[in-house]
Design a protein around this ligand. Structure first.
Ligand SMILES: *Cc1c(COP(=O)(O)O)cnc(C)c1O
Length: 322
């Protein structure tokens, strides 16, 4: 499977790259009785990868149209969004500023080291200040108020972000190689689930929470679905529009938790299927499908599509492959 690079900041080129993403049938005994395929959005671009690329594309195009020179965004030390924004800035000629939660550590995480090499300037802020990141004077308070920049919220969670995910859903509808019964996707905030729900009508979309979300993923998925439908009604074709189908049994103790049973599954999956997963999102996604298959949750022969939402750079935060 070859990785290509997004070389121009252009919606047609991006959509073409998205349409070329391969669907791969999983060969493995970890999913008894069901047929599992993976859409490899990790291959969209080695640095601007997975769902973060879709959340960025309309934000980037708008920033270019407005003549913005600097992209400002925020996240934690292992944020895939910060990483993707830094890479997009380097690729398409924007300066980037990352507002990072917490004190600057003596040694930066591998992810922040990458982002720094890609030219991102960091501002480390206290957790208390970070909590105010959606308030209007936040940028002034962290000292970047005078920079002429576009501010993308954490995780790319804005209307332009969810429009990109809506586009992903349209691409999936138009490119699936077989008739799937279900699409499964890993959920952090739930924006991706909400966006896919708004444009996929051929099969239900099922989310797997990777953290103890309380009701936040469900609320966000609904919120973004509703926000998008005001903006664009073309996706509201299906019955039960906006209904959120979620599993909260596989967060394995919380965000970033990687217990032995998940590690063992992850290793077995990669050995058998030959497809790399990240420990935070996609390993839990496939683990959930495997557990459900073993519990006899699916009727025999169910065809499941899992979305590979990227995040492979996050593997370096964990001990893998031993
Ligand atoms: C951010 C991320 C997600 C979660 O997306 P949400 O829209 O926040 O639910 C899933 N997978 C990967 C690899 C991610 O980086």
């Amino acid at each position: 499977m070859t990785v290509s690079y997004l070389t121009t900041l252009d919606l047609d080129a991006f959509t073409e790259a998205a349409r070329a993403i391969p669907y791969q049938k999983v060969r493995s005994n970890l999913f008894p009785g069901v047929e599992v395929w993976i859409r490899r959005d990790d291959l969209l671009d080695p640095l601007i990868s997975g769902n973060k690329a879709y959340k960025l594309i309309f934000n980037l195009i708008k920033a270019r149209e407005l003549g913005v020179e600097t992209l400002i965004t925020c996240g934690g030390a292992w944020s895939n969004h910060l990483h993707a924004t830094a890479a997009a800035g380097a690729r398409f000629g924007f300066r980037t500023i990352g507002i990072v939660r917490g004190e600057r550590p003596p040694v930066l995480s591998a992810m922040l080291q990458d982002a720094e090499r890609l030219g991102m300037k960091f501002i480390f802020v206290s957790r208390e200040l970070y909590r105010q990141r959606s308030q209007s004077d936040f940028l002034n308070r962290v000292g970047v108020g005078s920079a002429i920049g576009a501010y993308f919220p954490e995780g790319g969670a804005n209307l332009a972000g969810v429009r990109g995910v809506h586009l992903l859903g349209e691409v999936i509808e138009g490119t699936v190689p077989i008739n799937f019964d279900q699409l499964w996707v890993a959920c952090g905030t739930g924006l991706t689930l909400g966006g896919l729900n708004s444009s996929i009508s051929s099969f239900p979309v099922h989310g797997v929470e990777v953290l103890k979300a309380g009701g936040s993923v469900r609320r966000a998925a609904w919120h973004w679905f509703a926000a998008l439908s005001q903006y664009n009604t073309s996706g509201l074709k299906k019955k039960n529009a906006g209904e959120v189908d979620l599993t909260d049994e596989f967060h394995c103790g919380g965000y970033g938790k990687y217990p032995i049973r998940l590690q063992e599954f992850h290793r077995a999956f990669e050995m058998q299927a030959g497809i790399p997963l990240d420990p935070i999102y996609t390993a839990k996604l496939l683990y959930a499908i495997s557990q459900k298959a073993n519990e006899g949750h699916f009727s025999c022969g169910t065809r499941i599509l899992a979305l590979h939402s990227g995040g492979l750079q996050g593997r370096r935060g964990f001990q893998l492959g031993r």
